[in-house]
Design a protein around this ligand. Sequence first.
Ligand SMILES: [Fe+2]
Length: 365
Amino acid sequence: MNSRVVTRFETTLPVDDDHQYRTGAWQPNFTEWSVTDCAVEGELPDDLNGVYLRNTENPLHPAIGRYHPFDGDGMLHAMEFGNGTANYRNRFVRTAGFEAELAAGGPLWAGLAEPASRSIRPDGWGARTRMKDASSTDVVVHAGKALTSFYQCGDLYALDPVTLEQFGAERWGGQFPVEGVSAHPKVDEHTGELLFFNYSTVAPYMHYGVLDPDGSLAHYTPIELPGARLSHDMAFTEHYAVLNDCPMFWDPDLLARDVHAVRFYPDIPTRIGVVPRRDQRRHQVVRGRPDVRAALDQRVRRRRRGRARRLLPGQPGAQRAAGRDDRAAHVPLPRQHDARAEALSLAAQHGDWRGERRFPRRPHE
Ligand SMILES: [Fe+2]
C-alpha cells in the first residue's frame, strides 16, 4: 500500500467541536489522499473493474448560525477496482463557493436552517437564493465525467471519475440553465443522455431538459406547476421522463414575504408528471385521487364547452369541439414547446444563457 497526502486544508472548526452532525459518523475530513494498492482483507475478484464513487457533506468551516448537514462542502471519494487491486482517492469539490470561503478564511453563506438574509455574501446559488452551492448532494457519471450536484439547484461540477482531477463547473457551450440543475439528474446508459430538472420560486417553477452524450443541450422546456415546489428526484422510462409535484413545499404566503418555510399540505394530492422525453405534445398529468381527477376532467369539459360556444353553428370545428367534451380523459399539454426557440429567446433577452436572470452575481464570474 502506498498512501500520499495530496492537500491538507486548514479548518476553522473548533478543536473541541461537538456538533451532532460533525462528530461520529459525520466527522469531517480535511485531508485529501491518494492511496494505491490498498490493503485487502480476503480477495478481490479478478473481474471486478470499475470505480465506486461517493459524495459527502464535509464542512471546512463552522456555519453562520445553525448547521444543517446538507450545508457541508462536497467531498468526493473514489474507490477504484481492477486486476484484484484497489486504489482510493478523496477530494473536496472545488466549487466557486468553496474557493470563496477558503480565500475568506471562514463561512460566507448561511445554510438551510437559517434565513438567506443571514448570508454575508449578497449573491449565491439555489432556488432559495443566497446559498453556497456545495455540490455535495449527488454524483453521477455522464460521458466519462463524474458530475456532482446540489439539491437546491446549482452548477454541475465535473471531475475525472477515477483520478478525481477537477474540470470545474459545466458550461454546456454557454447553454447551462441560469436556473441551475437539481441534484438527481439521470443518465440513460442505453442512449448516453443526461436527463435533468430544476425548480424555482418564480414561474416557470420547473424545467426539464436533456443533455446529449456530446455535451450539447438537446431539450429544455418549462413544466407547468401551480406554484413553487421542492421536487427531490425524477425518473425515466424508454420514452418518458417522470416528474414530481408533491404536497410538501414552501408556504406560498410566507414565500411572498421572502420567508422559506417548508410545510406539508395533506389535502393536496401528489401528482406525477409523465413527459415525453423530448416531444412535449403528449404531456399528461396523472392525478393520485379519483375525485380530484373527476374534478379536473369536469374543468376541462367546461373549458371546451366554452370554446365550442364561441364557435358559431356551422363554423368549421364547432361540432368537433362540442363532441369532444365527453371524452376528456387527461390534461393535454398547452402547446408544443421548442427548446431551441426558448434558448434563442433567452439568449436574446439576456445576452446569453448565463445572464442576469436567476443568479445575479456569481462569485466566480
Ligand atoms: Fe436525495
